[in-house]
Design a protein around this ligand. Structure first.
Ligand code: COA
Length: 424
């Protein structure tokens, strides 16, 4: 890997956890200490973690990155392998010398060696990753919903049982993980692209731990469960309340970490309870898919001050594999001319042929291209939520004919908005 002198990449074993935490505290400033962080379970997959050291200075990590080996990452119509880039950091004394670029080149090769045709990430700062071919592939919405906000009615919601309990990983972990996982296949089996689940034991354990040092002055984690008439849990919300006493009365906030419902009635019941907790005045939630049911159920959605942001970024690493793994929402037969400065095997002309709701044949082609685009744009469109026509309108894709753009835009789209509801 062409790292700038005098740097080189090394695998990082679990017994260097403290060094990783030390670098992480340089990369992401916080009031935490290594001593406190070391007590928490690490989400990292240690066989996929890498550091950068300077020759002669093996003890200090100048850079670090890891990958989560996801094996059921939802793309349109399928669940595929994805190398999720995470914990990227370079020590401030070693920045702007090409260490990140070297780590990205290594990450791409490492993913390909593990059979991962795509990589994803969540960006700490949005200008960083486009240059490496990552495209912003999904958006998320955050809401601040006033207490008591009216919801449109859903039949049967009021009949569902609700339990409110203090979070207990042993009692709730599997239950919540099961609902979270089942949600990836909704609605009606269409599936939600980008809905990554906690696949590795490290991710699960890290997510399930409610460390007092990480509560930020709020109460211990709580869980709300909605059960159907058979007693099966069909929705959960994890949340913490914080309280503030003002002259006008209590102004507490319900900070919802995740709220996931498998049926419309369960969603209605869950939100009705969250929106009616005494001594609070609002409910806050981030990382919602833009088409989450609560957006449609709220009578006054503007009153919930929707705030939109980028969610997942995606990078196609093996073009023919990635494009043939996903399904297409319309019939299509187009030739793409793709530029890829970092992975030349993807560059060139590719014919993509698929029947509506089917998978594609992807073959190299000498034909005139219908669409000319960079791998970044193809990656942005991969989850079906960023339209090819919007990228063409922005001048980022050149289309030969309106018919080709129309057919490709319809085929690459997906009826369910892509998003992950947690940051990892
Ligand atoms: C972001 C970070 C990893 C970059 O590391 P680095 O080793 O300085 O980056 P490089 O020198 O390899 O830069 C590669 C390219 O990215 C650009 N770049 C680096 N950091 C950037 C930033 N924060 N914003 C925009 N561009 C950035 C560089 O200008 C360079 O551009 P070029 O290819 O046109 O020359 C590092 O600054 C860091 O640790 N930041 C804090 C933690 C963080 O944000 N991590 C990312 C988590 S998703």
């Amino acid at each position: 890997m062409p790292f700038p002198e005098p740097y080189r990449l090394i695998p990082i074993p679990a017994d260097r956890h403290d060094d990783v935490l030390a670098l992480d505290l340089w990369a992401f400033p916080s009031g935490e200490t290594i001593e406190a962080l070391r007590e928490l379970p690490s989400p990292l997959s240690w066989d996929r973690t890498y550091g950068v050291i300077r020759s002669g200075d093996d003890d200090l990590l100048a850079g670090f990155h890891g990958a989560y080996p996801l094996r059921a990452y939802p793309v349109p119509g399928a669940e595929v392998s994805c190398g999720w880039l995470t914990w990227v950091g370079v020590h401030p004394a070693h920045r702007r010398r090409g260490i990140l670029r070297g780590m990205i080149e290594h990450h791409f090769a490492d993913c390909l060696a593990h059979g991962e045709a795509i990589s994803g990430l969540m960006a700490a700062e949005t200008p960083i990753y486009g240059r490496f071919g990552y495209g912003m592939a999904s958006a998320q919405v955050s809401l601040t919903i006033p207490r008591g906000a009216a919801l449109r009615p859903v039949a049967g919601a009021a009949d569902l049982d609700v339990a409110l309990e203090v979070w207990d990983a042993a009692a709730h972990g599997d239950l919540v993980a099961g609902i979270h996982r089942d949600y990836a296949r909704l609605p009606m089996g269409l599936g939600r692209p980008g809905w990554a689940t906690r696949e590795t034991p490290g991710q699960r354990e890290s997510r399930d731990t409610d460390a007092p040092s990480r509560r930020g002055g709020r109460e211990a984690l709580r869980v709300l469960l909605v059960r159907d008439e058979t007693g099966t849990a069909v929705a959960y919300a994890t949340f913490r309340r914080s309280s503030e006493w003002l002259r006008g009365g209590a102004e507490g906030t319900v900070h919802v970490r995740e709220a996931v419902a498998l049926t419309a009635a369960a969603a209605h019941r869950m939100w009705s309870v969250l929106l009616d907790l005494d001594l609070t005045s609002k409910v806050q939630i981030a990382n919602l898919p833009v088409d989450d049911p609560i957006v449609s159920l709220l009578v006054d959605v503007r009153g919930a001050v929707p705030d939109y942001q980028d969610n997942s970024w995606l990078r196609i690493l093996d073009l023919p594999a990635a494009l043939s793994q996903r399904a297409y929402a319309g019939e299509v037969d187009v030739v793409l001319e793709v530029a890829d400065a970092m992975l030349p095997a993807n560059a060139g002309r590719w014919r993509v042929r698929a029947a509506a709701w089917g998978y594609a044949d992807v073959t190299a082609s000498d034909d005139e291209p219908d669409l000319v685009l960079d791998i970044r744009e193809l990656s942005a469109a991969h989850l079906g939520s960023v339209s090819l026509s919007s990228l063409a309108q922005a001048g980022l894709i050149q289309a030969r004919t309106p018919e080709a753009l129309r057919a490709a835009t319809a085929a690459w789209s997906w009826p369910v908005a892509a998003a992950a509801n947690w940051i990892f």
